[in-house]
Structure formats: C-alpha cells, structure tokens
Design a protein around this ligand. Structure first.
Ligand SMILES: Cc1cc2nc3c(=O)[nH]c(=O)nc-3n(C[C@H](O)[C@H](O)[C@H](O)COP(=O)(O)O)c2cc1C
Length: 374
C-alpha cells in the first residue's frame, strides 16, 4: 500500500541528476551538488557514522552531517572530536559541523577537516545548550553581529570547500536576527543556510514558525535556504516547502522515528506517491546492522552502552512491549544484548501487529531536546 500526495511545484529549475529509478531535484552548495534536497540534521549522540550509513542506504539523503564538533577539541587532538569526524565508504556527501566562538580556532579546525576530505563545513549557530552558549558559541553567536560575521568570513576564507551555517530564528522573539544574518552570510560567501524555525529561548518547545523560516528565504538573493524543524512526514515537508519557499528540508528527529523518510520524500517528489516505512522485521535488521557496525568500530564494550539510546528508538517504533524493551536496555554485554534481541524477535510486536506487516503511525514520543535533557 502506498500513500499519495501531489508533488510540489518546482521553485526554480535545477539540473536533474540521472538515477536508476528516480530523478530527484538536486541542490547546490556552491560547487557541491547534493543528490537530493532532503538533508539529515545533526542530532548529537544519534547521527553517527553508523546511523548515517543506514539512512543513506535506505535512499534519498542529500547530505549527512556530524554532531557538533568542538573546534578547539579537534585542534587539540581530542579522541572524541576525532571520532566524530570519522567517515567511510558510502557516507557521502558528508559535512562536519564545527562549533566555537574564536575565528582563528574555527578557521584552523575548518582547514583540518578540509584536509581530511570533507565535502562541506557547517558552522553551528543553533545549539541552545547553556554549556555551549556560555562559551559564546552556538546560538549565542546570533547576538553579536560584527564578531559573528567576522568569524564566518574567516572560516569561508580559510577553506575551498563550501561553508554553510545552521542557525535558529534568533536568541528570543525580541531578537529575530536570522534574516539579517542570512543576508550578511551570503555576502561573505556562505553557500547555504539551514534554519531551525525556533528561537534559542524556545529550546525545543512549542511549534516552529514557518513565517520565520520564510523571512530568511526572502532575505537572501540566491543561496539555498534549508528549512528545519518538526518534519516527521512527507506532508510536513510539503507544508514546509509551500509555506516558506525554502529550497530543501532537513530532518532530524523524524529520521530516527522513520529512517525511510528521505526515500519517501524522493519517491513522492518524483512519482507523487511513496511506500510506507519498514516493518518490524526490516527495523530489526537495521537495528542489528547498526549495532554490529558500532561494535566493529568501537569494540563491544563501548558499543553496548553507546547503543542504548538508539535501541530505545528502534524498539519503540517496532512496538515492542515496554518490559522487554527494558531487558534490552539492561544488557551488559553483546551476548546479553543478542539474547534480549532474540526474545524481542520471538515475541514480535504488541497486539495483532505482525513482524512483516505495516506498523501503525509512529508513536515514538518526540524528545524534548538537549535543553530539557531528554
Ligand atoms: C538530541 C538532539 C541533538 C541535537 N544535536 C545537534 C547538533 O549537534 N547540531 C545541530 O546543529 N543541531 C542539533 N540538534 C538540532 C537538530 O539538528 C534540529 O535542528 C532540531 O532537532 C529540529 O529539527 P527536527 O524537528 O527535525 O529534529 C539536536 C537536536 C536534538 C533533539
């Protein structure tokens, strides 16, 4: 069974990239052509290499980005930062997101990641977390026009690869600085802007402002604007495109609940209809693959605790009984984890649902985001 929704009218003519089955609209970040206009948003702790590969293999992802990476940490050789920028075959096009408030350190970090072959560099101006804002980085950058413009200019001048900025609407509803910044960033050579339709003061609460995103689209002359926030379905993306005039859409939490969403978006824009997301059995396969890949990269001991948060999402979406989900969460090593998964498989989803049939619409609760420590 497939759902139908009329495809969007093209905002501007763009060269179509030939593909075996579909020809989605592409997007340009300067010299970099993205295969689709549907981007995976960075979600610290989730959108790691293993998850990016899963989403990409399912199809439709135009760009995958790392979690926010501390520019200073990277330059000091922090193991955590270096791990975050690891990539591998199939993880392309690939962006590293840097955060910091020092123009020199940010430029040096940008050069370092460029030297490792990254396709584009994103500057974080959206992180609302106190620990980051207190250092003058993340959303805090949106309160200092001249210093921030200087920082962005320095990064753009330091590297050849495209530089983008991901920001919020502003610090709070009295300081909606995003349109002004977007215009300035375009002037200093930024190749695209991603805009999460909330202010820093909102954290992840309330709803996104589509007019706020539209104001950013209106402010720039030619660079693409990527709308972001609360997109969990093709219908949400359609609304975002229509009501804001944005050029592409970036999906974060919606992709954890439904990693098929990018493929659905491409199917929809090219055919007008799209397949449902995967079944219990499909999700079990992805879960096992992601966990296996994580074990290969980090070793079992580190992979088991690291995978808990992600396993929670998979199992909720698979409609696994709460008590059994708890058993998976308590697994201390790979053997216990595998045994718990076997129980999950044997029992299957709750109620009348089957392992291979359609699961009901996602009931995965939307996390409240880092501000509220979900
Ligand atoms: C757990 C979590 C971690 C996040 N980490 C980052 C990050 O590292 N960098 C960033 O720019 N945004 C980060 N975000 C914000 C998302 O990229 C996105 O802008 C926001 O969640 C709204 O989009 P969504 O509703 O599609 O998730 C994070 C959000 C959450 C919930």
């Amino acid at each position: 069974m497939s759902a139908t929704l009329a495809p969007p009218a093209a905002r501007s003519a763009r060269p179509a990239k030939p593909q075996a089955t579909y020809s989605p609209q592409t997007l340009r970040f300067g010299a970099l052509e993205l295969p689709t206009r549907w981007l995976l948003s960075p979600l610290a702790g989730f959108t790691n290499l293993e998850f990016r590969k899963i989403a990409r293999d399912l199809g439709g992802v135009g760009l995958g980005t790392t979690d926010l990476v501390n520019a200073r940490g990277l330059l000091e050789g922090s193991k955590k930062s270096l791990e975050l920028i690891e990539t591998g075959p199939g993880d392309s096009p690939f962006a590293v997101q840097l955060f910091g408030n020092d123009a020199h350190l940010m430029s040096e970090a940008a050069k370092l990641v460029e030297g490792r072959g990254v396709d584009s560099i994103d500057i974080n101006m959206g992180c609302p977390v106190d620990r980051v804002c207190k250092t003058g980085a993340g959303s805090k950058l949106m309160q200092d026009t001249s210093r921030t413009t200087d920082l962005v200019t320095a990064v753009v001048n330091a590297v050849e690869v495209p530089v983008t900025v991901k920001m919020r609407l502003g610090w709070d509803d009295k300081q909606l600085t995003a349109p002004d910044f977007a215009r300035r960033f375009e002037d200093c050579g930024v190749t695209a802007v991603m805009i999460h339709g909330r202010t820093r003061a909102q954290g992840f609460s309330g709803t996104i402002s589509l007019p706020g995103i539209a104001a950013v689209c209106d402010a720039v002359s030619s660079i693409p604007v990527i709308g972001n926030g609360d997109v969990r379905s093709v219908e949400d993306a359609d609304r975002m495109l229509k009501e804001t005039g944005c050029d592409g859409v970036s999906v974060g939490r919606g992709a954890l609940a439904n990693p098929w969403i990018f493929r659905q978006l491409v199917q929809w824009e090219t055919t007008g209809s799209y397949d449902p997301p995967g079944s219990f059995a499909d999700r079990m396969e992805l879960l096992k693959r992601q966990f296996g890949d994580l074990c290969d990269r980090h070793g079992e001991e580190r992979a088991v605790p690291r995978f808990r948060k992600m396993a929670h999402w998979y199992l909720k979406a698979m409609r696994v009984r709460a008590e059994l989900r708890g058993v998976v969460q308590q697994a201390k090593d790979r053997a216990e984890f595998d045994a718990a998964l076997q129980r999950v498989w044997d029992e299957g989803p709750i109620g009348q649902l089957t392992r291979t049939g359609l699961l009901p619409d996602m009931q995965v609760p939307v996390p409240k985001g880092p501000v509220e420590r979900w």
